[in-house]
Design a protein around this ligand. Structure first.
Ligand code: HEM
Length: 452
């Protein structure tokens, strides 16, 4: 059977996406009109097949290839090639190695105290407790000016992942963070035609210098490891050195980890706070849970996280409504049967994670924020792939476990201490970028919980 979909247009589909108000609304419309499997023109990839049904998605779950052209803009960041598009036989051992660190408890526990310090420093700044030295005299923001959650939380997340990826050995993380931002502005900014500072040449030169600086910093950490120590799998560079990876591949791994980790985790937390600000009854329930589990302590221990079930359900529901990475893609290496359709080899399969999460067949009243959808009983009623914020199959996110630890810790510290309310008159508009971003940030009024 032919796969249904709109008639091709000369502009490669860009006009239809724009007319629908963005790729997400376009996807929702396409699937409502044509069913769970739709052929459409994906700008940048010619024709793609989008699959929004979690049961049909199973048939694609072993595909181990991404379409290279969609990732070409990232190629300049890497020396040995972008790990996101490397061939399956090279990718599989690299993934195992990465998972052995990122998904393991030793690395989560090792960085937990440092992560707690970093989020506490941000909370202090918001509360105006930081004093003059740490904060260049910036006044506290609680109860007064709205806080720009997305900006502050992506910055925090980048700081955390930078320390994690470099093994906590960097004495001046600020300069590593700044260098990484220069690289991102150049390579991601171009993609979205965002207005950028300086001339093209100036920016390219700056990004080139920043990249060289980052690589040199990784080399220093690698050199320290060569003199031999850590084998406990709590440390990413240590594990890569131990496995005999070449330095260029280690540098690339650090880059891809930082790239994949920082915006995603930051926006996961800011969207959660956005939703909690609009659902004070859920925020109250979480605050009560935090009081019960933490008592007088301002921050959880690693072992407390599994007892914060309301907090975790709210985070999961927020990632359903606002998946930080809204789309994924694969390329079929051989023909694939998908329900009634045969998909030829070489087809781009498009994963509309966002539309999958809004599929009314599995999510009644899909636009409503209802964290109780994530009780174990409710989860058991749904197909496995109805909820896929971290993707699926052999190219799914290796950082999922670490991301949940980081996001839950940040939320626990912030919600124990503060109440979040929407800033009056501020409109929050999701836009699809490399991640699901709020166009004009998420501004909220942050006030201490104890003062009501
Ligand atoms: C809430 C936070 C995060 C979300 C929602 C998220 C989501 C995703 C998604 C949707 C993908 C693509 C999956 C697919 O195509 O099936 C991905 C890939 C990836 N993520 Fe994450 N991610 C998060 C945090 C992290 C963190 C903290 C790390 C590392 C420390 C990380 C490392 C990666 C890597 C390396 C890939 C590429 C996978 C591969 O090609 O093998 N992510 N992530």
């Amino acid at each position: 059977m032919d796969i249904p979909g709109p008639a091709p247009r000369a502009d490669g589909g860009a006009g239809a996406v724009a007319a629908a108000g963005g790729l997400h609304t376009y996807q929702l419309r396409l699937h409502a009109e044509y069913g769970p499997v739709v052929r459409f023109q994906l700008p940048g990839a010619e024709t793609a097949v989008s699959v929004a049904d979690p049961v049909l998605l199973e048939a694609t779950a072993r595909v181990d290839k991404r379409p290279e052209p969609l990732f070409a803009f990232l190629a300049p960041l890497f020396e040995t090639g972008n790990l996101q598009v490397m061939p399956a036989d090279e990718h599989a051992p690299w993934r195992r190695l990465l998972l052995s660190v990122l998904a393991g408890r030793p690395s989560h526990e090792r960085y937990f105290a440092r992560f707690t310090e970093l989020v506490t420093a941000l909370a202090d700044r918001w509360a105006g407790d930081a004093g003059d030295a740490g904060d260049a005299g910036r006044a506290g923001q609680t109860g007064h000016e709205p806080v720009e959650l997305q900006k502050d939380l992506t910055e925090l997340s980048l700081r955390m992942i930078c320390e994690y990826a470099l093994g906590g050995e960097v004495t001046d993380p600020g300069s590593v963070v700044a260098a990484f931002e220069d690289v991102l502005v150049e390579h991601l900014g171009q993609l979205y035609h965002a207005p950028l500072p300086g001339t093209q040449e100036e920016r390219a030169e700056r990004a080139e210098k920043a990249l060289a600086y980052l690589r040199a910093r990784v080399d220093r950490v690698v050199a320290a490891h060569r003199s031999g120590d850590r084998t406990d799998r709590s440390d990413l560079i240590g594990a890569l050195v131990e496995a005999g990876e070449r330095p260029a591949r280690i540098r690339d791994t650090v880059m891809v980890t930082m790239l994949a980790a920082h915006h995603t985790t930051g926006v996961a937390v800011s969207w959660t706070l956005h939703l909690l600000g609009r659902h004070p009854e859920v925020a109250e329930r979480i605050a009560g849970e935090l009081d019960r589990v933490l008592g007088d302590r301002a921050a959880p221990e690693y072992g407390d996280l599994r007892r914060l079930t309301h907090l975790e359900m709210a985070l999961k529901e927020a990632m359903r409504l606002y998946p930080p990475g809204p789309y994924g893609a694969r390329e079929t290496p051989e023909p694939l049967v998908l329900g009634d359709y045969e998909i030829p080899a070489g087809t781009t399969i498009f994963y509309p994670f966002w539309a999958v999460h809004m599929n009314p067949g599995h999510w009644p009243e899909p636009e409503k924020f209802m964290p109780e959808r994530f009780t174990p009983q409710e989860v058991a009623k749904r197909p496995r792939l109805a909820y896929i914020p971290f993707g699926l199959g052999p190219r799914s996110c290796e950082g999922a476990g670490l991301a949940m630890v980081k996001a839950e810790l940040i939320l626990a510290v912030l919600l124990k201490r503060f109440r979040f309310r929407p800033a009056p008159g501020h409109e929050v508009t999701p836009v699809e970028r490399f991640v699901l971003w709020a166009a004009d940030d998420i501004r909220m009024i942050v006030s201490p919980r104890t003062q009501g």
